[in-house]
Design a protein around this ligand. Structure first.
Ligand code: BGC
Length: 870
């Protein structure tokens, strides 16, 4: 534990622990020894849920007194400890945490949430939730981190590190592609492998590999026809083997439909144990003693049982839970209001602020606060009620309410310090709202919408929202207030996008999201400028029909059955802003948008690749950010990457978020900022190789700016992957940072395999893409030597095309994109076969029989003439 964390813990009076951090290897040794004398029945008790959710925690594993083993308590998450009866913080939701774009704060959120779980003796927090926002109407988007896989991965990783540093195992969920509530337990999310890996698995990749998550929750839905809990490819090949995941996989609650399928696919813990909800199923499990019978009949192996047990115990050792872990007591007090307040405040997103109507200052003598959403949040089971401020959605990801602050009271308190009068119409009555607004200097209208989990229906919305309209007549309320007050400000509490029919009739809009108990203080702080708004949209705000995808509302099918609703992820990689880029559609507010009361300028971008030998291992971008306004504030520079346009990658998004930071600047201050992208961030998923690879050839484009729609800085970098250029023996960064593309495409081919390092390698096999060899045990393609061009040494790139514009003593010159470039000589057939079009005819790809000879030798391939290389 770091010194400052210890001090912070002491300052808050926390019951926390000092973690003796051990490696997975050490944890594995201890787990092996623990497991070695367990009987089969004892092992089965560790993998099968106990009490079927009728016990203390939502998930329980039975204690074993012989082994002095306390069992396990698993509890929701992610907005704090569920069912805590007011003894711990009612946190902001995941989407609000993401909106802070503040990595240090995300860690702290995890750390402090973890301390609350720890104090209550909870071993596993069922959080963070990391599904991708494809469709804003999807019920659980507020639990997750928005539309971008990188942002979601960073949020998941930071929160995981924080929680696990507090001694609590996270269960990152819902793995994977559980993105629509309707028929979540009888639906299949269908997509190609690249989309699965780059978009939907990606947040888990970072959380597992960097965050070292101790557990992952397998989701209800199927992927490509096979329920995730029975999907060996998804659970064992991708997660356990592909990511070297050391922890355990727990099923989502009652997601298990059989023993063999789930056990053999790689689920390690069946939760909450019974076949279905209810006391009748406490001792009726697909697992339990059925595992013994299945081992006897050879349907499952005892080795698989040992592996599952060891994974669970190993995670417990890793997080130091096998010693003095607190006893379970969901009522143990542990609060972290300060961290929560900071997060709630930093998550408020200023979407619009015409004429600088905000912040509120003494120039306004009278403020009207309007709308039931400004009232205290209504508390009820799983927050399935909406008669007040919306601070969380509904479902399992909620907490009991404590210390709730409401917008109306917080605004009144704050305004009184300035001597400003506040009048209220704390109802959704359009007439009353207009009456209150009429003679006020400013009218602030609070409006709302909510969504949640499938098992609850609120106002006819079965988890997923039926539409994106505001609830409880919000549009009419805004309309009537804006008609009588020219300084109308709208504050929206909602899971994600709502329709904005009033957008042009109001001066300011704040998207407050679902900010938790500090909702009132957070909005007051931003409205009065005590905190200069610094939240940013973790999703694109557009009209419903313009998104890549939408939810649908199919009729209910039996859970776990063979017939499933199909959700086709036809958008592929193009989710969120990637879709809008592809379509050239301008959204209402782009991903990353968020205004401040000051202004920022970005300048002086330079960028370089980091190399180790011939391998590209990273990218650095350095630039200046300046606060050009008159008040202090924080800006979030975002780095988006355009990938090389090489055929091996197929149709790829124009821009992808790969790095960001949050930088605080005093008025007039400037700072130099460096953002880094790691090798994984420079890679795409190659389906032939079944791994992430850095592409070869072409160029990366680095964009830096304040949102996906505001990227003023841009530089292009030649991709030197696979070549000696820009590399140093020690692997230091001395990469090419001149932004030039010199067109040297060494090592590029469209097969997905690397070009052989030795271009004279012995041919092992030939197919239509060329000649193949084996190097270091891997297939490689014998690629032609790409022509080097003379102009590089003169500081000009190689031309991509072949039109000669001018010839001098150095060579032949062309003009491309307004810049001189050198034309390389096409190598003569004797120096190798260039595999590129010549005189309009392709070069033969195989050693076809010569059919005809003129100045070249000709063959016929696929019914077409082609030129032979030799
Ligand atoms: C949800 C999970 C939750 C579990 C336990 C399920 O319905 O999908 O997110 O952790 O219940 O409450």
């Amino acid at each position: 534990m770091k010194i400052q964390n210890i001090l912070f813990a002491l300052g808050c009076g926390l019951v926390s622990q000092t973690l003796a951090v051990i490696s997975w290897e050490e944890a594995d040794k201890k787990a092996s020894s623990f497991v070695s004398d367990l009987s089969e029945a004892e092992k089965i008790d560790i993998v099968t849920g106990y009490m079927n959710m009728q016990g203390t925690c939502v998930g329980n594993i039975k204690p074993n007194s012989r082994k002095n083993f306390k069992g396990l308590c698993l509890q929701d998450g992610p907005a704090g400890v569920r069912f805590n009866e007011g003894t711990s913080t009612t946190w902001q939701t995941g989407i609000n945490s993401a909106a802070t774009f503040n990595k240090d704060l995300l860690y702290k959120i995890g750390k402090d949430q973890g301390a609350e779980f720890y104090a209550k003796g909870i071993n596993v927090a069922l959080a963070p939730s990391m599904n991708i926002l494809r469709a804003p109407a999807s019920g659980r988007v507020w639990e997750n981190f928005g539309e971008d896989p990188y942002l979601s991965g960073v949020c998941g990783t930071q929160i995981t590190k924080g929680m696990q540093d507090s001694g609590v195992i996270v269960s990152a969920k819902h793995y994977v592609a559980n993105d629509i509530e309707h028929n979540r337990e009888a639906s299949t999310s269908n997509m190609d492998e690249q989309t699965l890996m780059e978009i939907h698995v990606e947040p888990f990749y970072r959380t597992v590999t960097e965050g070292e998550a101790g557990s992952v929750m397998a989701s209800y839905n199927a992927v490509n026809g096979v329920y995730v809990v029975q999907n060996k490819k998804v659970l064992t090949e991708i997660l356990k083997e592909g990511m070297n995941f050391q922890g355990f996989i727990v099923s989502d609650w009652w997601a298990i439909h059989d023993l063999e399928g789930s056990f053999n696919a790689g689920v390690d813990m069946n939760m909450p144990g019974g076949k279905a909800w209810g006391p009748n199923y406490i001792n009726d499990s697909f697992w339990g003693s059925n595992i013994s019978n299945a081992i006897r009949s050879g349907k499952v192996s005892s080795a698989r049982l040992d592996d599952a047990v060891k994974r669970i115990i190993r995670s417990m050792y890793k997080m130091n839970q096998m010693g003095n872990f607190p006893n379970v007591n969901l009522r143990a007090q542990s609060m972290h209001t300060e961290t929560h307040r900071q997060a709630a405040t930093e998550s408020q997103i200023l979407l619009k602020n015409d004429d600088n109507v905000l912040p509120l200052t003494k120039k306004y003598r009278k403020i009207a606060v309007i709308g039931k959403d400004a009232d205290k949040a209504e508390s009820c089971t799983d927050t399935a009620c909406t008669n007040g401020n919306i601070i969380q959605g509904f479902g399992s990801g909620t907490t009991d309410f404590t210390g709730i602050t409401d917008p109306y009271s917080s605004i009144k308190n704050r305004a009184s310090k300035e001597g400003i009068t506040v009048v209220g119409s704390i109802s959704d009555s359009a007439n009353e709202g207009a009456n209150a607004a009429r003679d006020a200097d400013v009218a602030i209208v609070f409006v709302r919408a909510t969504s949640g989990e499938e098992y609850i229906v609120v106002d006819n919305n079965k988890g997923d929202r039926n539409n994106l309209d505001l609830w409880h007549g919000g549009n009419d309320l805004v309309k009537s207030v804006a008609a009588v007050n020219k300084n109308t400000i709208v504050v929206i509490h909602a899971p994600a996008t709502v329709n904005l029919p009033f957008i042009n009739n109001v001066k300011a809009i704040i998207h407050a999201g679902m900010p938790g108990a500090e909702s009132g203080n957070a909005i007051a702080s931003v409205l009065f400028g005590d905190h200069n708004p610094s939240g940013h949209l973790p999703f694109t705000w557009a009209k419903r029909e313009e998104y890549c995808c939408d939810v649908s509302y199919p009729g209910e099918l039996p859970h776990g059955g063979d017939s499933k609703t199909t959700y086709d992820y036809k958008e592929g990689l193009f989710v969120g802003y990637r879709w809008f880029d592809k379509k050239g559609t301008k959204p209402i507010y782009p991903f990353g948008h968020g205004l401040s009361y000051t202004t920022f300028e970005y300048s002086n971008l330079s960028s370089s690749l980091v190399k180790s030998g011939t391998e590209v291992t990273g990218l650095k971008a350095t630039f200046t950010v300046s606060n050009t306004g008159s008040v202090e504030g924080a800006t979030v520079p975002m780095l988006f990457l355009g990938f090389p346009n090489v055929s091996e990658m197929g149709d790829y998004p124009v821009r992808n978020l790969k790095a960001f930071d949050k930088i605080n600047l005093k008025a007039g201050e400037s700072k130099t900022v460096t953002l880094e992208v790691d090798q994984h961030g420079l890679s795409y998923y190659n389906t032939n190789k079944k791994k992430f690879v850095v592409p070869t050839g072409g160029e990366y484009t680095v964009y830096v700016g304040k949102s996906a729609g505001d990227l003023p800085l841009k530089v292009t970098l030649k991709n030197t992957q696979g070549s000696n250029e820009g590399s140093s023996a020690g692997g230091n960064n001395n990469g090419d940072n001149n932004g030039n593309n010199n067109g040297n495409n060494n090592g590029s081919n469209n097969t997905g395999y690397d070009c052989c390092a030795d271009s004279n390698a012995r041919v092992q096999y030939t197919d239509e893409s060329g000649n193949w060899s084996i190097e270091n045990g891997n297939w490689c393609l014998i690629c032609p030597e790409k022509p080097q061009c003379f102009s590089i040494s003169l500081g000009y790139p190689c031309c991509q095309g072949n039109t000669v514009v001018y010839t001098d003593k150095d060579g032949k010159w062309g003009l491309e994109n307004g810049q001189w470039c050198g034309i390389a000589d096409i190598p003569s057939p004797s120096t190798g076969c260039p595999y590129q079009t010549k005189n309009g005819y392709p070069v033969c790809k195989t050693t076809t029989t010569v059919v005809y000879t003129d100045s070249d030798k000709w063959g016929v391939e696929n019914g077409e003439w082609c030129i032979m290389c030799n």
